[in-house]
Design a protein around this ligand. Structure first.
Ligand SMILES: NC(=O)c1ccc[n+]([C@@H]2O[C@H](COP(=O)([O-])OP(=O)(O)OC[C@H]3O[C@@H](n4cnc5c(N)ncnc54)[C@H](O)[C@@H]3O)[C@@H](O)[C@H]2O)c1
Ligand SMILES: O=C(O)C(=O)C[C@@H](O)[C@H](O)[C@H](O)COP(=O)(O)O
Ligand SMILES: [Zn+2]
Length: 357
């Protein structure tokens, strides 16, 4: 069992990474709370696969359980589903001394976490992360949100979980497309902070990487915990976790949520921006090539059939926009990045669609 502490004062918590953890989740959660009732928020793919196992573990630990199932996919990370969850939490009689568990990928974690943050002005919650994106990124750090017609994650909160439970065994049922999707975020971690992780991924492929999940999940969670501990409210350093997201989020919104997965959008965003910053002499020569090569290796996209003019209206809603400037995250080289404040009028120098060039 691996345990990573996230030090955030009164909001501190532990990340537990352990194969088979799902069946022991009840005991872990019992050690955190005297709650009578636990509301599980999950999706329509996960509930039939694992719902009974999770409920059994919770009931054995003395909890009364209720399960709220949302339709699977990014298209449902929205206000309608949020209202539906509020109603069901109310029907279950959830109080502030009870507990919510988000059991799923990043969509369930973000949407269910936002419900936890806002229902009764806040009910404690635990993230049980089931996809690669959730196990390496979204379950840690307390960003919870829903999408709005104006763009990704446009309504949300910073609301930390009481614990994060990660069972890498669950990845065995994750569909291939979402394995690749998650690798988009793992490649991001290599780019921004860990040249060794990036090099390791250059020696593996989508099959051999499966025997490295524990190591990769731990590495990414440690980076994320460290970044979040320094800047929980995303005022500066935390923005590095947004590398590739400015263009990526605009692509997700432009094509309709769910057409491109989040990791696919981030992959294209990293490739396009890095090609541009390398051409401008801001990024070490050869970096964009290595990035495109690793995206090809894991069958991730790096081009988009859209222009800068298509993307710029959505980029205008990015949360890194402050007044008349936007902060971009650019690579110095693989493993090292920096924040680059750019006047909005100059954004088109950096933002492109099409193919990295
Ligand atoms: N809050 C954050 O810090 C943060 C970080 C990264 C991404 N995100 C958000 O996360 C979302 C993407 O996450 P995602 O890729 O996990 O999406 P997701 O939750 O939609 O999961 C992807 C698909 O895989 C299925 N699935 C998940 N785990 C499974 C398992 N073990 N077995 C079988 N099927 C499984 C889901 O049902 C879904 O169909 C986006 O909305 C993104 O914005 C948030
Ligand atoms: O935790 C963060 O901070 C991140 O930026 C992690 C990202 O991978 C994640 O996609 C996040 O939800 C994006 O946040 P947003 O503030 O751009 O909506
Ligand atoms: Zn992301």
């Amino acid at each position: 069992m691996k345990q990573i502490h996230v030090e955030l004062g009164n909001d501190s918590y532990e990340i537990y990474i352990e194969n088979g953890l799902l069946d022991r989740a009840g005991n872990y959660i019992r050690s955190l709370t005297k709650a009578e009732t636990v509301a599980i928020i999950t999706d329509s793919t996960l509930e039939p696969l694992y719902g009974k196992r999770l409920e059994r573990s919770l009931q054995q630990a003395g909890f009364r359980t209720g399960c709220i199932v949302i339709p699977a996919g990014e298209a449902y990370k929205n206000a309608n589903q949020l209202l539906d969850i509020y109603q069901k939490l109310s029907d279950l009689g959830i109080t502030r001394s009870d507990m919510i568990i988000t059991f799923g990928g990043g969509v369930v974690g973000d949407l269910g976490g936002f419900a936890a943050a806002t229902f009764l002005r806040g009910v404690p919650f635990v993230q049980i992360a089931t996809s690669i994106i959730a196990q390496v990124d979204s379950s840690v750090g307390g960003k919870v949100a829903i999408d709005l017609p104006s763009g990704k994650n446009q309504a949300g909160a910073f609301y930390q979980p009481k614990a994060v439970l990660i069972d890498p065994d669950l990845l065995q049922t994750l569909p291939e497309r979402f394995v690749r999707d998650g690798l988009g975020e793992v490649i991001k971690y290599g780019c921004i902070r860990d040249a060794g992780l990036f090099s390791l991924m250059e020696t593996l492929d989508e099959h051999s990487i499966t025997s490295h999940w524990d190591e990769i999940i731990e590495t990414c969670c440690r980076i994320k915990a460290d970044v979040v501990e320094h800047d929980v409210y995303d005022m500066g350093e935390r923005m590095i976790l947004n590398f590739g997201h400015t263009i990526g989020h605009a692509i997700e919104r432009l094509y309709g949520f769910g057409h491109y997965t989040h990791g696919e959008g981030v992959a294209i965003g990293m490739a396009l921006l890095t090609a541009r910053t390398e051409a401008l002499g801001l990024t070490e020569a050869g970096t964009a090539r290595r990035l495109v090569d690793i995206l090809k290796r894991y069958h991730l996209p790096y081009t988009v059939d859209a222009s800068a003019d298509d993307l710029l209206p959505y980029i205008g809603h990015d949360k890194k926009k402050r007044g008349s400037h936007m902060t971009l995250i650019i690579l110095n080289r693989i493993g090292s990045c920096r924040l680059l404040p750019v006047e909005l009028a100059d954004l088109s120098t950096y933002i492109t669609g099409g193919t990295p060039s």
